[in-house]
Design a protein around this ligand. Sequence first.
Ligand code: FAS
Ligand code: PHB
Length: 392
Amino acid sequence: MRVQVAIIGAGPAGLLLAQLLQRAGVEAIVLEQRSAEYVLGRIRAGVLEQASVDLLHEAGVGERLRREGLVHDGIELCFGGERHRVALRELTGGQCVTVYGQTEVTRDLMQALAASGARTVYEAQDVSLHDVDGDRPRVRYTKDGVPHELSCDFIAGCDGFHGVSRTCVPASVLRTFERVYPFGWLGVLCDTPPVSPELIYANHERGFALCSMRSRTRSRYYVQCSLDERVEDWSDERFFDELRARLDGPAASTLITGPSIEKSIAPLRSFVAEPMRFGRLFLAGDAAHIVPPTGAKGLNLAASDIRYLSRALIEYYRTGHEEGIDSYSARCLRRVWKAERFSWWMTSIMHRFPDTGAFGQRIQEAELAYLVGSRAASAALAENYVGLPFED
Ligand code: FAS
Ligand code: PHB
């Protein structure tokens, strides 16, 4: 079989690329190792930058997002027992973020691709890439025990941090940069009204906490936990007691709790692989970079890569020009590293580290007090949180 672009992975990066290419008449196929139900069952990101919202509209999947997404003009920082609002829209001259779960983004993209007749192979096993630095790369996989091989012009490695694509870049070419954090996030999803209409990021000597949401009736809460914690040791009651202990008085006293419908622990790391292109293979999304979720950048960086890659591939097929393809990696990485810095910085001032201690706690609180008291410092946080501009 032959196709113009083979996309490995049906997460947000792979599905969004497939949908944008499909609408531009570029022939693609998506190969996903899991079932669609499994992919939809993963509870992940919740906050979309405006640029990600715009790209989803460009991909023709913005209607439900427009109806159900919650536009947020600000976030709150909680420290020293008090909450302080960071007015995102005012500080950035009108920019905001939209709360809309990654699960819903994925669902909308899956439905659009199915409706368009685009080819998505779920439960594709043993995916392997071949001749990625030649003119005619190939992809092999098995489906229901039957081996398949396809030739293509390009391969988009959208297969996440544990995928196969990044391993196809020779060790002599690939450079990786990593920082693993000495804690994780214990997350709970529950069908209760959010404790506050906007997100609350809390710095507390017991550890970080985050109050987020998926809708006005579904809340998403996180508490920082040590990496040796086990989900089964955290009853709902223990979780909400810990969350209350890390919030300000009014939030703690008005928190509405309910049975968790999902509970999981996610490790935190910063990771970047360079370059994001090798021959005819392009890495995008978590296959190329990971950020700690403190800055709400993971999903948005995946969309950012796909914005550049879809434009580059469409330009190539329409005009034969290769400037977009040739500049893909460098352009992505300039934006990736700025998001890595912001996510690392937010993580460093909001979490308790093993060596934070009493002095470190006061330093974090002083930095947060300066931040909320300085328009310049708040604006710097705000412009990173809503998403930095693109080069083009
Ligand atoms: P994904 O990992 O979403 O998708 C990759 C896909 O490739 C998967 O479906 C996988 O099954 C498939 N795949 C892997 N190997 C394959 C192979 N060999 N063959 C075929 N298919 C293969 N970001 C935020 O902004 N906020 C958050 O709160 C947040 N929480 C997160 C919690 C967890 C536990 C994790 C892991 C990530 C979280 N993220 C969060 C980041 C997350 O949202 C990612 O940035 C986002 O899923 C990136 O999308 P993709 O690049 O498409 O990768
Ligand atoms: C979420 O709602 O899952 C979420 C929101 C903001 C973050 C991280 C996670 O920074």
